[in-house]
Design a protein around this ligand. Structure first.
Ligand code: TRP
Length: 335
């Protein structure tokens, strides 16, 4: 039986951090190594253009994300790993979907509504700073997914609406033109940790509270030292349930190590010591991949060859789907 197709995209606006690693990258790579699924992973760099008009940032982020996934051991023979912008068929499909997608559906998109609401609150024109890219973001995302007949789409909760919109577009297209697209489903991983950041809120680029994944050792230590703690003194028992240090510990530790740390909290470990232990745990786990990362990051040749390999595989499939779609809508040769 053919393996089930799983697909997910990573928007290339930022540097991967511990939260991305624990919540998305680590489970995806582990899954790829088990080889149970036919996995498609891609750098959503067309999506990055919606969020950023800084070319150097978009470029650097793509490079860092690609190097991160490769350094962590993504198997690019059993998976398909590519850059969205290397597959121009995706933007073509995006246009065709734009022509079946109701405008009202896009009006309801959370990302767009949030932008409008922020404008209204600050007394601006509702569409101030809203590009058509932002408005139709879910259509591009639908094209990413529907192009490859992806059945399962692992995403964060904030993306569920987009997957439902992709389903809507697929259904609408299938209804108008005959059965063409598989209806995708969001997969939300409940068993992976959502990490808090330095300030105790969810670790997220938009809060500026992240710990980047492959910081040089010294800087990693400095960041870990900045994690917010309370004022309890050494010797006073500390509550693991209320501690970012413990939460991050747990995401990297074995169950035995977690039990040990829980005991140390009860025994009143000093925050400085807990952070030192945390640094050592994370550092020892990440050091080998960090070394590969640094080498890969500067090896444009290698990065390019890996991504080109993925793009070739992706385009071979995209060409078949697009030919079918073009024919279905009436774009066909005269002879
Ligand atoms: N929009 C997604 C995010 O910000 C990234 C993304 C783009 C994506 N295309 C996708 C995710 C297709 C899954 C499938 O997280």
């Amino acid at each position: 039986m053919a393996k089930q197709r799983v697909l997910t995209g990573i928007t290339t606006t930022g540097t991967p951090h511990l939260g991305n690693y624990v919540g998305a990258i680590r489970p995806a790579i582990a899954e790829s190594q088990r080889g149970e699924f036919d996995a498609f992973f891609f750098l959503a760099d067309y999506h990055a253009l919606i969020k950023s008009h800084d070319p150097a940032m978009v470029h650097q982020s793509s490079r860092e994300i690609a190097a991160t996934w490769l350094a962590l051991g993504l198997d690019t023979d059993t998976t398909t790993f590519y850059r969205q912008s290397d597959v121009p068929e995706i933007t073509e499909l995006s246009w065709i979907l734009t022509c079946v997608c109701a405008k009202g559906l896009m009006n309801r998109s959370h990302a767009y509504k949030a932008a409008v609401q922020a404008n209204e609150q600050s007394g601006e024109d509702p569409d101030f700073g809203v590009t058509m890219g932002l408005f139709s973001y879910p259509i591009l995302m639908a094209a990413d997914i529907l192009m490859f007949n992806a059945k399962k789409v692992p995403v964060g909760r904030d993306q569920i609406q987009h997957i439902e919109m992709a389903r809507d577009m697929a259904q609408r297209f299938n209804h108008l033109y005959g059965d063409t697209f598989v209806l995708p489903e969001a997969v939300i991983a409940d068993d992976v940790a959502v990490l808090s950041g330095l300030d105790g809120r969810k670790m997220s680029k938009s809060y500026g509270n992240t710990i980047p994944l492959f910081l040089p050792e010294k800087k990693l230590q400095k960041h870990i030292n900045k994690i917010k703690t309370n004022l309890l003194e050494p010797g006073e028992a500390k509550d693991p349930a209320d501690s970012t240090v413990f939460e991050i510990w747990q995401a990297f530790a074995t169950p035995e190590q977690t039990a040990e740390m829980r005991q140390k909290f009860a025994d009143g470990i000093a925050w400085g010591q807990a952070k030192k232990d945390l640094f050592e745990l994370i550092n020892s786990q990440l050091a080998p991949a960090r070394e590969r990362y640094e080498a890969i990051l500067n090896d444009g040749e290698y990065l390019e060859s890996e991504l080109k390999k993925g793009a070739e595989k992706a385009r071979a499939q995209a060409a078949i789907m697009l030919a079918k779609v073009r024919k279905a809508v009436g774009l066909a040769a005269f002879k």
